[in-house]
Every structure is written in C-alpha cells, then in structure tokens.
Design a protein around this ligand. Structure first.
Ligand code: OGA
Ligand code: MN
Length: 296
C-alpha cells in the first residue's frame, strides 16, 4: 500500500492524501505511513475527526505511548486518557487559563525550539498532534507550529564541525528549558522525578547513513565541558539549525493531525491571542532505548 503525498517542504514535510484515520487501519497502512515518515519526518493529515480514544488507539499502532509530565501529576485533569497530552490553554473545567496560571506558564516552554521529552533517559519518537479548537488570527499570530529539519541542519555544517561534534554528549534538563523563560514554580517532588538525562548530540538514522542534530531547549550543556562552553556551542548550533530554510511552518486547521519524528526534528509553538481557546491533543510514542543504544 502507498500513501499519496504532496511535498510541503523539500525532503522534510509532506501532506498525505485523503485517508480516514478514524477508521481502523490495516497493518499495511501503518507500514506505509512509517515509510513516508522515514523520508518526510513531518507528515500532515487534513480533515480528520478523532476522538481521544481513537487518537490513542491509532498512535499505539506505532509504539508504546508516553504518559507526559503533566498527565503524570496527581489531581484532576481535563482529559480522561493519560496517554493523551493536553496541548491546550484550558483548565480542568475547559475555561481559558489566566495569564499567571502555573500550568500555562510551564507549557509556554513549548514556544522554545525543542524536541519532546529529551530530558527522559529513554526519549520519545513520534508526536501525533490533533487540532480540536483554534484561536482566531491575531497580531501575535494564531498559534502555528514550526518544525525544523535537523538532518539538513547537520548536513550543512562544515566537515570540521561535524567531526568535532559527532562524539559529544549533551545534558538535557526540563528545568533548564523552563529556566530560560523564567519559570521555576514546579510542583513539589517534580525535580526529583525528572533528573537530567544524557543524550548523543548527533544521532544516526538506522537503515540510512543520515545523521541528525539532536538539539532541544532542554539541552543545557555538554557532558565533560564547562557549562558555559557547552551552552555557547548549543546556542550556536540552535541558531544554525533553525534558520528559515530548514523550517516548515504549519498553519493549523481544525481536524489536522500532524505526525513528526522527534529524532530528526525540532519544533516550537508560536504565539496567539491568549484569551482565546486553543485545544490540541497529542499522543506520543516512546523509543525503545536511549540515544546511546543506537549506532554512532
Ligand atoms: C507539542 C508542542 C507546540 C504547539 O505538542 O509537543 O510542542 O504549537 N506543541 O502547541
Ligand atoms: Mn513539543
């Protein structure tokens, strides 16, 4: 089975032709989607109508699902299924969160370029994000999501730089990404629950010779280097990797499902009018091992 696709960004983002993901899909369709994702690590499906259950069940065909940091917290939640991440600005009762709401401020970390959950020892692979309600256009934008191509970013580094960084290890820490936006009010015990993790700075795609920069707002410094030197290298690499030529900007429509591979991409949310609801739901597949268990 083949999936019809239309390229949105050369060798990076594509839109799939009509396929109704609310219906159970045969194994061949899952295989075909995986095959497209190897070449286009950002894949857009339009006009989907997926309940949280259906999104969970579809995502689970690609691997075991993550329960994210927010869903792992005790207490009431807006969404019933822990494997469905609440990527919204809404509180437990569906009201728009106030500007100083802690959960809102924590989630603003998503506006920094990042790859999801790189602070976990075994990070995630696919993100599947489904748009349920969107804010109107505003001077700030309307909550687009941008994706940057970490394979092209790696390929375009000089041979000397590639060689110098290939064996480096970065230390990823969710408290560092939040510190960058001035947020530090984490629930008690979260600091102990999410210690920093080490990840390869350069990852290799199995079955292809392509390498990728594994960068993230969570990446704090380089293992074994003074923090300042490592942070400065990461700043430089981030600036290089997020140049406009490497970026696909997704303008959301209700019903969109965007699947991306966190290993070969970074992404970030863009601003929108904060008093308007923005409701997206995300399922995320876990990797099977840490970035060190892959071939170098
Ligand atoms: C995410 C994320 C950005 C956005 O869902 O992982 O970072 O635009 N989202 O909401
Ligand atoms: Mn994210």
């Amino acid at each position: 089975m083949r999936i019809e696709i239309q390229e949105l960004h050369p060798g990076f983002a594509a839109e799939a032709g009509s396929i109704d993901l609310s219906r159970p899909q045969p194994a061949e369709a899952i295989g075909a989607i995986r095959a497209v994702l190897d070449n286009y690590p950002v894949l857009v499906f339009r006009e989907q109508c997926l309940s949280d259950e259906r999104l969970r069940d579809f995502a689970a065909r690609f691997g075991p699902l993550e329960i994210g940091r927010a869903a792992a917290r005790p207490g009431r939640r807006r969404l019933a299924i822990p494997q469905i991440g609440d990527i919204s600005n809404l509180d437990e009762d569906g009201g728009v969160r106030g500007l100083n709401d802690r959960r809102r401020l924590d989630s603003l970390g998503n506006r920094l370029w990042h790859t999801d959950a790189s602070y976990m020892p075994v990070p995630v692979v696919l993100g599947l994000l489904h748009a349920v309600a969107l804010p109107p256009p505003s001077p700030w934008g309307n909550g687009e999501t941008e994706f940057a191509d970490m394979r092209s970013a790696y390929d375009s580094l000089s041979a000397e730089t590639r060689q110098a960084i290939d064996g480096l290890t970065a230390v990823h820490d969710v408290f560092w990404s939040r510190a960058q936006i001035g947020f530090s009010e984490f629930p008690a015990d979260e600091r102990e629950r999410y210690p920093a993790s080490r990840q390869r700075l350069v990852r290799r795609q199995a079955g292809s010779e392509r390498r990728s920069l594994y960068l993230s707002a969570h990446a704090s410094h380089i293992d074994g280097w003074p923090v300042a030197d490592g942070r400065l290298l990461l700043f430089d690499l981030n600036a290089h990797a997020t140049q406009v030529g490497f970026v696909y900007r997704h303008s959301w429509r209700v019903g969109d499902l965007v699947i991306w591979d966190n290993r070969w991409t970074m992404h970030r949310g863009r601003p929108h009018q904060e008093d308007q609801p923005r409701d997206l739901r995300r399922a995320t597949t876990l990797d099977t091992g840490s970035s060190f268990e892959e071939a170098a």
